[in-house]
Design a protein around this ligand. Structure first.
Ligand code: UD1
Ligand code: CA
Length: 450
């Protein structure tokens, strides 16, 4: 059965107290909207429509950065969730199949849960995802009769008896798409909020003799984010899930609670992660690598057997080949480090290629930026860069070449050559003693004067 995914993301999120549209607030380095889209993508939908309103341009950009085939429907006034789904109708006029509606502020639905909903659709016209809430708070309540769902009552409109129900609405609904639009057309806004509630379609459907049922899942999956406190809680939940997945996949986390993952972090088995490591988006670590304490990695690739840190920073475009070593206080950006190469101490490598088994000495800087343009540095295989070398790019140090410590290298160093770029040292005999004697005499004179 063909599926269309409709993601509601037009709300302002007043309780976030923010200029940013709610669904663009980040969890694990990605907007919550992207988490919701990822969840929905597990159903391989033929079509995906995001309903945007508040900050529509930014919301559309975030969605299409993730998947450019995503369509955007505009909801200029936020008149409720049913009204929001209705805005997707024009985009989907020719679509015949199932629809799944997901809220952009409910980012953690698991693929298995959506599959269970698809399975339940075989026997029911409408399937709603519900959960047993520890604290039902302001969630909509699911009113059941046997295995039939009779209606959903919003908290604001519920009586005491209904408020006592702990089975709550997650917001995820599945139904045949033309039937869904037909039901939505009948929704009225005669409720406490004067909004068109998507939840009202259940009562309408039941009155027409259609069947509706509830599939349940864990509360952690259906967590709705409406405030900064809930956002913070969502981040905590995400991190807990990511840590336990890494451990299950054979990664050692020495102090799991201090390691922070992004939504897309990939770590191979037998890798060893020391305490206080932060993974930004786009990181892949292959197997048997070591990431030592207090390192920060983002948008980079670390190959098998490599060692990074402690206190290393790998920025976007860093590619470390097998068995490379990047040590303390080293920053690398947009650079490839070939197999077995070492950059061990206090170094900046930007816009560079480092050859196999090259050794970059302490305090080396690739001077890659002239204030306007970025330039490339090329270091050949087996090259030895002396400590404190300034490599003024564009520049190339050949294979098996060497630079003298403290050199400022402004011209290419040929293969096998030694490049020296510093003034020659002069020693002045007896000068140090003379200078010391003079200074000590001055100090003695001053002290006598007091
Ligand atoms: C909604 C449900 C409630 C459920 C809860 C789960 C309704 C009427 N209520 O309540 O039963 O328990 O979610 O988290 O459906 N949106 C639009 N346009 C609108 C209104 C909302 O796009 O006009 C979007 C919001 O951006 C948000 C989602 O729909 O992503 C849910 O809206 P929200 O206002 O947060 O609904 P809740 O009050 O949380
Ligand atoms: Ca909500």
């Amino acid at each position: 059965m063909a599926t269309a995914l409709i993601i509601l993301a037009a709300g302002k999120g007043t309780r976030m107290q923010s200029d940013l549209p709610k669904v663009l607030h980040q969890i694990a380095g990605a907007p919550m909207l992207v988490h919701a889209l990822k969840a929905g993508a597990s159903l391989s939908p033929e079509r995906t429509v995001v309903v945007a309103g508040h900050g529509a341009d930014a919301v559309a950009k975030a969605a299409q950065d993730w998947d450019e085939t995503i369509e955007i429907a505009l909801q200029t006034e936020q008149n409720g969730t049913a009204h929001a789904v209705q805005q997707a109708q024009t985009a989907l006029t020719d679509f015949d199949g199932d629809a799944i509606v997901i809220f952009g502020d409910t980012p953690f639905i698991r693929p298995e849960t959506l599959e269970a909903m698809t399975a339940a659709r075989k026997t029911h016209d409408i399937v709603v995802l519900g959960f047993e809430a520890a604290d039902p708070g302001r969630y909509g309540r699911l009113v059941q009769n046997g295995d039939q769902l009779e209606k959903i009552v919003e908290f604001k409109d519920a009586n005491d008896q209904e408020r006592a129900i702990t089975l709550c609405n997650s917001g995820v609904i599945s139904a045949n798409l033309p039937a869904l639009f037909d039901l939505i057309d009948q929704v009225k806004n005669d409720n406490a909020a004067e909004e068109y509630y998507l939840t009202d379609i259940i009562g309408i459907a039941r009155a027409q003799g259609l069947s509706a049922t509830v599939v349940t899942c864990d509360e952690a999956e259906t967590l709705g984010i409406n405030s900064r406190a809930e956002l913070s809680n969502a981040e905590t939940l995400f991190q807990a899930r990511a840590r336990s997945e890494a451990l299950e996949n054979g990664v050692t986390l020495q102090a799991a609670d201090t390691v922070y993952f992004a939504h897309d972090t990939v770590i191979g088995r037998d890798s060893f992660i020391e305490p206080n490591v932060v993974f930004g988006p786009g990181v892949t670590i292959e197997s048997s690598a070591t990431i030592r304490a207090f390192s920060h990695l983002e948008d980079c690739h670390v190959s098998r057997g490599a060692s990074v840190g402690p206190y290393a920073r790998l920025r976007p475009g860093t590619e470390l080949a097998e068995n490379t070593k990047v040590g303390n206080f080293v920053e690398i950006k947009n650079a490839t480090v070939a197999e077995g190469a070492k950059v061990n101490h206090l170094t900046y490598i930007g816009d560079a290629t480092i050859g196999e088994k090259a050794n970059v000495g302490a305090g080396t800087v690739t001077c890659n930026y002239d204030g306007v343009f970025k330039h490339h540095t090329d270091i050949g295989a087996n090259a030895f860069i002396g400590s404190g070398t300034m490599l003024v790019a564009p520049v190339r140090v050949g294979h098996d070449a060497m630079t003298g410590s403290g050199s400022v290298i402004t011209e290419d160093v040929p293969d096998n050559a030694l490049g020296l770029g510093r003034t020659r040292q002069v020693n002045k005999d007896g000068f140090a003693k003379k200078l010391f004697d003079m200074l000590k005499a001055r100090k003695a004179k001053q002290q006598k004067g007091h």
